[in-house]
Design a protein. Structure first.
Length: 362
């Protein structure tokens, strides 16, 4: 069995709490992505798991065993960090073989493993090259290969794809996910790239200022954000989040005032809502349907600016001097200055309280 568990893990550097009371569990065969803006504590968390940083407080369990006091080399983890170090005098094949030398394998077994990994990571053609003859992306793939070629208990990756060009990144995301899903190990990947997290993870932990804001499946992180930070951080273009208040409540249907307009939204259940309080309403730019005329379930506004996105356009809508954005098909042939009517799609609207905590998705 291979699991990683963090219990109330905290790391302070002087006055700065880089990681603040983080608890999470990564099960066998789970890929957890730590995702968040620069400086939120992702790498520090990973380094503590690896034993490269000593926790100020809390526990790290690998396979249910407390490893707080264990040296890195005794934790049986495989790591691939952003700043990979390949042996410059060894070929790609020899670099891949290096971690296997301590494993008591026959020459034949080592060769088979090298070719297996080389195939997965498309390294066959460069297997006899030395690091100085490799492109940056190739070096990174060798580093990933070296990390997964042994049979460690768990995998830790820090921005493993950061040096790859866009096309290769896309291919590698899928491939690494496939490789990891066959290995049945707990894996933690640090990334600031949400697409990387959404495609590779089975579970995402969104961090901010050392704290975990939400841990959920990639689908739920996107579709059911628990607060306005996660809602705004995940998804491009960014979610529209506007101040609002509730002007009328009719069982599960709320009449919401925002952008100096009123809109009715059915949340499917009666909510604990107070008419006198302030709320935030969140709707992703892709979560609006274009409708022909104003209804009590639509918002309206004038198109201020159109950004071309290929087959789609990003429309900046001016509504009573406030603005929001929507993505629509280019085929609608919308023009600047046009008044349009937009109805939020069912189950793609998010209501948050004044502290930014979610109240309902509807
Ligand atoms: P990035 O994506 O930029 O690497 P991150 O989310 O991985 O960011 P960390 O590298 O974990 O963030 O850093 C968290 C905070 O801790 C930052 O404010 C950073 O400056 C600080 N920090 C990290 N390592 C040290 C250290 N050795 N000494 C002092 N402060 C540190």
């Amino acid at each position: 069995m291979s699991t990683i568990e963090l219990q109330n893990l905290t790391k302070s550097f002087g006055d700065l709490t880089a990681v603040n009371n983080v608890s999470l569990k990564v099960d066998e065969n789970e890929v957890l992505c730590l995702l968040g803006p620069s400086g939120c504590g992702k790498t520090t968390t990973l380094r503590m798991v690896a034993g490269l940083e000593i926790a100020t407080s809390g526990n790290i369990l690998i396979d249910n065993k407390n490893v707080n006091e264990l040296e890195t080399r005794d934790r049986n983890l495989a790591m691939a960090f952003q700043f990979y170090a390949l042996y410059p005098s060894l070929t790609v094949g020899e670099n891949l073989a290096n971690p296997l030398h301590a494993e008591n394998l026959s020459e034949k077994e080592i060769k088979e493993k090298i070719f297996e990994i080389a195939d997965i990571l498309q390294l066959r053609e460069i297997i006899n090259r030395k690091p100085h003859q490799l492109a940056e992306g190739e070096k990174q793939r060798v580093a990933v290969g070296r990390a997964i070629i042994r049979d460690p208990q768990c995998f830790l990756f820090d921005e493993p794809l950061s040096r790859l060009d866009v096309q290769l990144r896309e291919q590698m995301r899928g491939q690494i996910k496939e490789v990891l899903s066959d290995l049945n190990k707990a894996t933690v990947i640090v990334t600031h790239d949400q697409l990387e997290a959404l495609t590779m993870a089975t579970k995402i932990a969104v961090m901010r200022d050392g704290l975990i804001e939400q841990i959920s499946s990639p689908h739920d992180i996107f579709a059911k954000p628990e607060n306005t930070f996660v809602a705004g951080f995940i998804g491009t273009p960014q979610m529209n989040i506007a101040d609002c208040n509730i002007s009328n409540i009719n069982s599960s249907v709320l009449e919401i005032s925002l952008l100096n307009q009123k809109i009715e939204i059915d949340f499917g259940k009666t909510l604990d809502i107070n008419k006198n309080e302030n709320y935030f309403l969140g709707v992703r730019p892709r979560s609006f349907d274009l409708v022909d005329a104003e209804t009590n379930e639509s918002l309206s506004g004038e198109v201020d600016l159109i950004e071309n996105m290929g087959s789609e356009v990003l429309l900046h809508i001016n509504s009573n001097n406030a603005s929001f954005r929507t993505v629509q098909s280019r085929s609608h042939k919308i023009k600047v200055g046009e008044k349009i009517y937009l109805k939020p799609k069912k189950s793609q609207v998010h209501l948050f309280n004044s502290d930014g905590k979610v109240i309902a998705h509807g």
